[in-house]
Write a new protein. Structure first.
Length: 191
């Protein structure tokens, strides 16, 4: 069984922000595969189903970004999962908008949600899919940038990126993270 977690912040205020692209991605995966995120316990909104023959749990932590690890730890413990069973979808300012990258381990790169997961899980060795959101303009603080909403133009690119994310999640499930890295890394979705 795989636990696929999309990172973001709960609540309407954050719904369409750059920081919530992980939520948007996991919702799209759920929708594509007919999985309903209809449980709200274990510090998460989550649901279970089957994707490409693999049992999965899809989850959006309700702990807010900086405490995402609490929800991930509770879900992993409750379903007897290991870090090898974890796939995290999240926003990344170090990648331009329209670019994604799959990794099987690594540091957080300063991403507070990922920091929390690494701390709570006890290892940086789990699969993650980074979704590029680009960098802020010179005058804008990083915190303000990630909590800002995508422009209408950017949303067109985000929609295309989410379609590729769904395919890359499927590759991780079918062929594993290493094949997903070969097939998905370097892809850039142009506007």
């Amino acid at each position: 069984m795989y636990l696929i977690v999309g990172l973001g912040n709960p609540g309407f205020r954050y719904q369409r922000t750059r920081h919530n692209v992980g939520f948007r991605a996991v919702e799209a995966v759920a929708s594509r595969h007919g999985i309903h995120l209809n449980y709200t316990d274990r510090f998460s909104q989550w649901g279970s189903g089957v994707i490409e023959g693999e049992e999965v749990l899809l989850a959006k932590p309700l702990t807010y970004m900086n405490l995402s690890g609490q929800a991930v730890r509770v879900l992993m413990s409750g379903f007897h999962l290991t870090p090898q069973d974890l796939l995290v979808l999240y926003d990344d300012m170090d990648l331009p908008l329209g670019k994604i990258r799959v990794r099987d381990k690594g540091r957080s790169g300063g991403h507070k949600g990922l920091d929390s997961i690494i701390q709570q899980v006890g290892t940086p060795c789990f699969t993650r899919l980074r979704i590029g959101i680009g960098k802020p303009l010179d005058h804008q603080e990083a915190r303000d940038y990630v909590l800002d909403r995508f422009s209408e133009e950017e949303l067109i690119t985000v929609s295309k990126v989410i379609e590729v994310v769904i395919k890359c999640v499927e590759v991780v499930l079918i062929e594993g993270p290493f094949r997903a890295m070969n097939k998905c890394n370097g892809l850039h979705i142009d506007e």
